[in-house]
Design a protein around this ligand. Sequence first.
Ligand SMILES: [Zn+2]
Length: 205
Amino acid sequence: MGNRRLHIRNGSPHRPQPFCYPELMPETSDITYTIRRSVRAKRLRATVYPDARVVVTAPPAASVRTIVRFVEKYGDWIRQKLAKRKKAADCAYLPGGRRDYLRHRETVRKTVHDTLRRLNSAYGFTYGRVSIKNLYGRWGSCSSKRNLNFNYKLIHLPPHLAEYIIAHELCHLGEMNHSVRFWKLVARTIPDHRDRRRELRKYLM
Ligand SMILES: [Zn+2]
């Protein structure tokens, strides 16, 4: 038990998926898992992936009985991880890539311009260039030259979340920070911005 961390680990969404041999699964457990045989595996290891797949990596010589015992022993740990993963399964991975970007760029540009114009009637800010980019890890940004940048993936979000992002960047023209004053500015057009921010966290780029 002392070194359980050594042979049980979390699956990372960035780790390439292992090749799985769909080996016969014993029916003694409520946990559905796949056994992956690996000559490099020195001992048994359970991995719970973000899509809730459970893979037990085992040395070629490990018997099925040993594997069953292993899964039983660490069953609680696996069930706990699975519960967390199922919660995380509410998350949506948005499509991406250059082709997707080129396909949607002009539509996004029009949506962003229309939304900016509508929202800005409440603020009256002046802004510079508006760019639609294939940004990584951020929805938008506002430069000190008053240029606004938006991630084209806005198009894959529910419209009320895209609207919040556009309002957020627009309000940085008034407040270049995330102070109370900034959020008051946002609330002028998006009174429920707190809820929308929470909802936005479910969407992964
Ligand atoms: Zn901001």
